[in-house]
Design a protein around this ligand. Structure first.
Ligand SMILES: Nc1nc2c(c(=O)[nH]1)N[C@H]1C(S)=C(S)[C@@H](COP(=O)(O)OP(=O)(O)OC[C@H]3O[C@@H](n4cnc5c(=O)[nH]c(N)nc54)[C@H](O)[C@@H]3O)O[C@H]1N2
Ligand SMILES: Nc1nc2c(c(=O)[nH]1)N[C@H]1C(S)=C(S)[C@@H](COP(=O)(O)OP(=O)(O)OC[C@H]3O[C@@H](n4cnc5c(=O)[nH]c(N)nc54)[C@H](O)[C@@H]3O)O[C@H]1N2
Ligand SMILES: [Mo]
Length: 827
């Protein structure tokens, strides 16, 4: 996961601010940390009034009455675009499915050495005192480390934990694990698993998590804007830190600009509707073929920038031979492309010419790289952009992050707040960078988790290296929901039975919490003090995240849980550095404060800032509104080379050639996906796409009343093309069973012309709700898409997830509709 400014986030050690104040040992004995009494200013909770806080979905204004949150609203409005996620804080805090107490699975409690892992998900829960749970976790963790070594403990713990630089659940877990002997972790992420590995070979940088050519320049110079497999109206509702919502403002301006806008997506997204854009609908996983048809068109019409290709790229000649079919005898022309992608020849040709004749910005999302051979689409997009030759010109070229965390919103001149680190003695550049930096000594590509659990000792290829899976016997997961986020849930369920122990800290009884042995009740971010910045790329604001309400039931902060566990290992001082959470928050703030002094920016003292309950907003210097990505490279490719071996854009990569992979060649290629609509012997009828949900953050908020606004027949919606629905006798609002050899789910039908024929759409993130508890293969009543997706790596290069590569069948469900049981307390 990502914070783009991590490179700038040198960790500056600040002397312990309260080092003279002895840390009170009552930390475990009281439900709450003693921040209030130690930091000598009021941290009394507001009984009646308003509290500012922040979530991934933006700055929020909470109304508190008699000590309870009664209302949640946006703190600011930057445009007319609605952010539906901002109104449900009270539903989260007081959810019916809050985890109230530490809970242990009965069989595990009876005998942790023979814990009957097959009963996970279908055992009784036993309430245990907090101290007992802490002692149990510590004892079993020590046992596993002794028997299996540090490698046997998995703490990769991928997920979108809450915003906040202090209560960063995954980092807190890994900090504990590093302080006590190590763990197996992961590399990469689910978001851009393929692109973040291929792009460094092509452009010498991650590309997907970097600042884009600024929006003001796009509005001024672009004539054509292409939104290629992206749905920014949905995905800009959130950011990795907290959204600044200025992305919305610019999409509103784009709408008003009257520019030619094209959305290339199998689904006519809300973005496409909102912008009133031309809709072009390719089959899933086939954009590479369409782009090749465009390149062939441009070469034939002599409409390409030969100078750009010669001066700024490497290996185009070899790629051209491929386009003309030198080795395989297949010319990648529009006839060929159209047959694969299902877009008519005329449209492909017209688009290619339109792009060449006008200053064109190709804005791409990430959905198309979350697919088998997902390395190819963005590599091919960069190749197409090179043929057009507008990279490095204002408003031209491509951008891989306009749809995410406000990419393209000009960066402010801001001081950067520090954050808790996974290493107790952090390396110089670790602050906030926990995601691609690897605190673990051992790791494997993140989306190979089920494969790793099932096949200890197996060696796989990964980006030119070999990786051998360890034998995992202990899983500790915080801040993520793998039973919903990972592909092919039934295979994961099998894999999940392998380890002896599974511990989960959660605020809610998620499918993952239900599959654990020991569950620790976590606070939500509204029950503790924290701090965040907004925007990821823009860094516009510093926001206090003040505790709004008291900790619910016996919920504890992850920080407290790991502090208490640290005590069992004798590393409490090392872990906490004798600081409360609020003292850490002050330290993180002070880091920015000191930076600000050097930068001649004015910032209040921490005390003032915390007392005011208002964000600090930084100014945006004019030059940042004039940023053009790759302008330097374009101006002088010798003085400003890219970080690739040739210093240029590698359309042909000798590094990848040497790896000699069948499923990722040395140049972009059309490689048939394992399952797609055009394949010869289709195992099922329809292609399934599972994009990111408009009204959730993944699985987060599925357990709130927001669900009522989008659920159909009280389950996750499925979008079906009108003709397909008719052929299957399915009507709007019907319950539909979606199934394949991997799994089955129930969904509610939305019949539409806004989806290409032959494709169905179920958004990821609905909580897995098994009809028969603990039974692998049973029906999911709520409609979690990952019961149906395929758990195969994108290729041996990146090993990313392939969630958009799957075929499914659909049928009208005529049996009595089973009630959902996932949003209430378990037995
Ligand atoms: N089919 C399909 N699958 C996908 C995708 C797709 O496109 N299609 N997308 C993938 C992508 S890109 C991603 S990023 C993943 C996302 O997958 P996840 O990040 O696992 O999804 P979330 O639902 O955000 O899970 C976060 C969990 O953390 C919990 N949490 C929040 N705050 C705290 C805290 O302070 N402490 C603790 N202990 N817990 C906390 C929340 O309650 C929630 O259950 O899904 C992936 N899966
Ligand atoms: N509201 C909300 N916002 C979010 C998230 C969320 O869960 N909810 N998740 C956040 C995270 S972690 C991430 S990684 C990003 C994800 O950002 P993206 O990966 O860009 O989001 P997706 O919705 O998976 O995909 C974008 C679009 O790609 C289309 N698509 C799928 N397959 C193909 C294809 O083969 N070709 C073409 N042309 N289009 C295709 C989908 O229909 C969808 O409209 O979003 C972030 N923003
Ligand atoms: Mo993601």
């Amino acid at each position: 996961m990502k914070n783009i400014d991590q490179k700038r986030r040198g960790f500056i050690r600040v002397a312990a601010l309260f080092s003279t104040v002895p840390f009170i040992d009552a930390i475990t004995k009281r439900g709450e940390l003693l921040a209030g009494t130690i930091a000598k200013f009021s941290t009394k909770l507001v009984e009646n009034g308003e509290v500012l806080t922040a979530a991934h979905w933006g700055m929020l204004k909470l109304t508190i009455k008699n000590g309870k949150v009664v209302k949640s609203e946006p703190y600011q409005k930057t445009s007319d675009i609605e952010n539906s996620l901002q109104y449900y804080t009270q539903d989260l805090v007081y959810a019916d499915d809050r985890i109230k107490y530490p809970m242990v699975r009965k069989s595990y409690l009876e005998n942790p050495d023979n814990p009957k892992p097959e009963l996970r998900g279908n055992d009784e829960w036993v309430k245990v005192p907090y101290e007992k749970a802490i002692k149990l976790i510590a004892k079993e963790l020590k046992k596993t480390r002794k028997e299996k070594g540090a490698k046997g403990v998995f703490a990769g713990s991928y997920g979108w934990k809450s915003s906040g630089n202090m209560h960063n659940a995954r980092v807190l877990l890994q900090r504990f694990m590093t302080a006590t002997g190590g763990f197996t972790g992961t590399v990469g992420d689910y978001s851009t698993g393929a692109s973040q590995v291929i792009m460094p070979h092509v452009l010498g940088t991650l590309e997907v998590y970097e600042q884009q050519t600024s929006w003001p320049l796009v509005l001024e110079h672009s004539k054509v804007v292409v939104i290629w497999g992206a749905n920014p109206l949905a995905t800009l509702k959130i950011a990795w830190t907290s959204t600044d919502e200025n992305g919305f403002k610019y999409f509103e301006k784009l709408k008003k600009s009257g520019k030619k806008i094209i959305c290339i997506d199998p689904f006519k997204t809300e973005t496409c509707e909102y912008l009133d854009a031309q809709w072009v609908a390719p089959n899933p996983n086939t954009d590479v073929a369409m782009m090749m048809g465009m390149v062939h068109t441009l070469l034939e019409a002599k409409k390409y920038n030969a100078d750009f290709l010669a001066d700024y790229t490497e290996g185009f000649d070899k790629f051209k031979e491929y386009i003309y079919g030198k080795d395989d005898g297949i010319v990648k022309n529009v006839q060929w492309a159209s047959k694969i992608c299902g877009v008519d020849e005329k449209t492909i040709k017209e688009l290619a010419t339109l792009f060449y004749d006008n200053r064109t910005m190709l804005m791409s999302g990430w959905g198309m790289q979350r697919a088998h051979h997902g390395e190819q689409p963005h590599w091919m997009l960069v190749t197409l952009a090179s043929v057009l030759g507008q990279i490095g010109l204002p408003g031209g070229g491509f951008g891989l992050s306009y749809h995410y965390s406000n990419g393209g919103v000009p960066s402010a001149k801001s001081a950067i707040v520090g954050g808790i680190t996974a290493n107790v003695t952090p390396s110089k550049d670790e602050g906030g960078a926990a995601w691609l930096k690897n605190a673990a000594k051992y790791s494997f590509p993140v989306a190979r988790i089920a494969d790793a659990l099932l096949n200890p000792g197996k060696t796989i290829d990964f980006n030119g290296k070999k990786v051998t899976y360890p034998e995992i016997d202990f899983i500790y997961w915080v801040g993520g929901n793998p039973l919903v986020h990972h592909q092919d849930t039934n295979t994961l369920l099998k894999a999940w039975q392998k380890p002896r122990t599974v511990v989960v800290n959660e605020a809610f009884w998620t499918p993952t919490a239900r599959m654990a042995d020991i569950v620790m009740p976590a606070t939500t971010s509204y029950e503790r003090n924290d701090i965040t910045m907004t925007g990821d790329y823009s860094n516009l604001n510093i926001v206090p995240m003040k505790q709004a309400v008291k900790k619910q039931f016996e919920a504890r902060d992850d920080y407290q849980i790991f502090s208490d566990l640290s005590k069992e290992f004798g590393v409490f001082d090392k872990y906490t550095q004798n600081k409360t959470d609020l003292q850490w928050v002050e330290e993180f703030y002070t880091k920015a404060y000191n930076q600000a002094q050097k930068m001649k920016l004015s910032m209040p003292t921490f005390r003032e800032f915390w007392g005011k309950n208002k964000p600090i907003t930084f100014d945006v210097p004019y030059e940042n509104t004039q940023f053009t990505r790759y302008a330097d490279f374009r101006e002088d490719p010798i003085l400003n080379p890219l970080g690739t071996p040739s210093g240029r854009i590698e359309i042909y990569s000798k590094t990848i050639e040497k790896m000699n992979y069948k499923d990722c060649k040395a140049h972009p290629a059309w490689l048939e996906p394992a399952e797609w609509v055009g394949m010869k012997e289709k195992p099922a009828e329809f292609a399934l796409i599972s994009p990111h949900p408009s009204h959730r953050l993944h699985s987060q908020l599925n357990n709130t009343s927001l669900r009522k606004k989008y659920a159909v027949a009280n389950r996750e919606p499925i979008w079906i093309n009108t003709k397909d629905a008719k052929a299957k006798g399915i009507k709007d609002g019907d319950i539909v069973r979606v199934f394949n050899e991997r799994g089955q789910i129930l969904t509610g039908a939305i019949v539409t012309d806004g989806l290409k024929e032959g494709i169905v759409r179920v958004q990821e993130g609905a909580w897995y709700d098994p009809l028969e508890k603990g039974k692998i293969g049973t029906l999911c009543k709520n409609g979690s898409a990952n019961l149906l997706t395929k758990d195969i790596p994108t290729s041996e290069l990146a090993d990313g997830n392939s969630s958009n590569t799957a075929l499914v069948n659909i049928e009208k469900y005529t049996k009595a509709a089973p009630e959902l049981t996932i949003f209430t307390q378990p037995n």
